[in-house]
Design a protein around this ligand. Structure first.
Ligand SMILES: C[S@@+](CC[C@H](N)C(=O)[O-])C[C@H]1O[C@@H](n2cnc3c(N)ncnc32)[C@H](O)[C@@H]1O
Length: 195
């Protein structure tokens, strides 16, 4: 099944530019990934599944004008969210130089003018305020809430891509705001909504 069929099966409808951009991303990741060990699985099928995982929350999260993705690695989820919505300001925060070089290469190749890649650990980032924080496979919820304090607007929302340990993490993090968990296969998306 190709990417368009996979996404349409999940009730998404994107224009042809989105699919063209994604295909370029897939090709670049497969080229760079072999040389630089950017991401574990590089088959088109695995990358397509990661693309779906990255953008799936667009079904249920509220609109946002800006977001920062913490620890984007080879692109998930922040790069795909930036491709899917070119009207919002996207910041990808990633300290590893080779990964940052790859993200900037994709940015230039796709002319993603809405995207800024920051080569640093999020704790060290200054002079940035965003509406939404996203993160997948970086650290636990409590720590994510703590290390992103510097870069949030007054009413931030959070979207964390989690697995099965989410309930324990929620207890530790003492999340008592308005939140919801959306489940898809082994994935639990934690969405903490700003006021
Ligand atoms: C396991 S990878 C996950 C990459 C991507 N989010 C994914 O799901 O495929 C974790 C990434 O987080 C980055 N990272 C770790 N600590 C970080 C921090 N404090 N601030 C920003 N990025 C961080 C690492 O460099 C690494 O690329």
């Amino acid at each position: 099944m190709n990417l368009q069929e996979l996404l349409e099966q999940n009730d998404f409808s994107f224009d042809s530019k989105f699919y063209k951009d994604c295909n370029i991303f897939v090709g670049l990741l497969q080229q760079w990934g072999k040389v630089h060990n950017l991401s574990g699985r590089l088959s088109t099928e695995d990358i397509n599944e990661n693309i779906l995982d990255s953008i799936y929350p667009l079904k249920f999260i509220a609109e946002y004008k800006s977001f920062a993705d913490i620890g984007t690695g080879a692109g998930y989820p922040g790069l795909l969210l930036a491709i899917a919505n070119r009207d919002c300001k996207a910041y990808l925060i990633e300290p590893r130089v080779k990964r940052v070089a790859f993200l900037n290469f994709v940015k230039a190749s796709l002319k993603l003018d809405n995207l800024t890649v920051i080569c640093d650990r999020v704790e060290k980032v200054e002079d940035l305020k965003v509406d939404l924080i996203t993160s997948r496979a970086v650290t636990n919820t409590a720590l994510l809430l703590d290390i992103t304090k510097n870069i949030i607007n007054e009413n931030p929302s959070y979207l964390f891509y989690k697995g099965s340990m989410l309930n324990e993490e929620l207890e530790v993090a003492k999340v008592n705001q308005n939140y919801k968990i959306v489940n898809r296969n082994d994935r639990n998306y934690l969405y903490i909504k700003g006021k």
